[in-house]
Design a binder for this molecule. Structure first.
Ligand SMILES: *[C@@H]1O[C@H](CO)[C@@H](O)[C@H](O)[C@H]1NC(C)=O
Ligand SMILES: *[C@@H]1O[C@H](CO)[C@@H](O)[C@H](O)[C@H]1NC(C)=O
Length: 263
């Protein structure tokens, strides 16, 4: 009964959004709670673990691949860059119409997030692609232009960008949720109080390295709501000591290795 209501709803929403797969909508009701294990494939290093969740790159992954992972029982999170144009993506030239300046990485340019309403259709297309391929959730990366201020967008500052950043991330969450997808918070840790109710899980890099006493207390709000926090450190095993008690599912990688290791 319950499932048939969900199914009917999913089909209705699926029709409204055209290409959205109703099966994917039903699958995504599973929540990523504290203790969820994970596999990190998206960022370009090896991870041979088989976690409950797997994080893969959206645009380089086929629908068949997503389905295979999903059928194998994994919750599939699909990575997109929501804050930069990347010159190896098919929609790069469209994104560049709204870009600001070059970022820290080669071939990558910060988006001018004061114009997010103008380029949101490009991001919406990616979120729809995620739903269409059967991903359960998305990891929008590079959502921290405001932290860089004028380093990301000439003439802007942290203060002038803050509200744009919040509104843009909230819009992404709403758009993802409307398609039955969950969404993780990456970057922007000081916006957690503003965004905690919009986000389903979090993904962090190097919080042990950058936090006082190695304790990632910024993520306590997620822990309290029983939402998973996935973390990586680019250092040796030392940072594993507190990971479990902090509620962080942590992997680490030695600088000269290409492989993630679970704590
Ligand atoms: C960012 O967009 C605003 C319009 O919202 C524009 O006035 C400004 O020049 C743009 N900044 C850059 C660096 O492109
Ligand atoms: C991870 O957390 C640290 C410490 O709060 C913060 O400096 C860093 O920006 C976060 N990184 C990501 C990718 O969220």
């Amino acid at each position: 009964m319950y499932s048939s209501i969900i199914q009917t709803l999913a089909v209705a929403i699926g029709f409204a959004a055209c290409s959205v797969d109703a099966v994917a909508l039903r699958r995504s009701t599973k929540k990523l709670t504290q203790g969820t294990t994970w596999t990190l494939e998206a960022w370009g290093y090896d991870d041979t673990s088989k976690g409950d969740m797997i994080d893969i790159d959206l645009q380089t992954s086929s629908k068949d691949y997503v389905e295979k992972l999903s059928d194998g029982g994994q919750y599939v999170v699909c990575y997109i860059s929501a804050g930069t144009a990347e010159d190896w993506r098919g929609d790069f030239l469209d994104m560049m119409n709204f870009a600001a300046r070059d970022s820290r990485y080669p071939g990558e340019y910060w988006m001018n997030i004061t114009r997010w309403q103008e380029f949101k259709h490009l991001i919406k297309a990616r979120i729809e692609e995620a739903a269409d391929k059967g991903c359960h959730g998305i990891e929008p990366d590079n959502t921290d232009a405001y932290e860089y201020g004028s380093m990301a967008i000439t003439g802007e500052s942290r203060e002038s960008l803050r509200q744009y950043q919040i509104d843009y991330i909230r819009w992404m969450a709403k758009t993802a949720h409307a398609l039955g997808l969950q969404i993780g918070l990456k970057n922007t840790v000081d916006l957690i109080p503003d965004l905690i109710d919009n986000m389903d899980f979090a993904i962090n890099e190097s919080c042990a390295k950058y936090s006082e006493n190695d304790y990632c207390s910024n993520y306590d709000a997620f822990v309290k709501q029983d939402k998973a926090v996935f973390g990586v450190e680019y250092s040796t095993k030392g940072s594993c000591t507190d990971a479990m008690s902090e509620g962080i599912m942590r992997k680490y990688k030695n600088m000269n290795s290409n492989k993630w290791v679970d704590c």
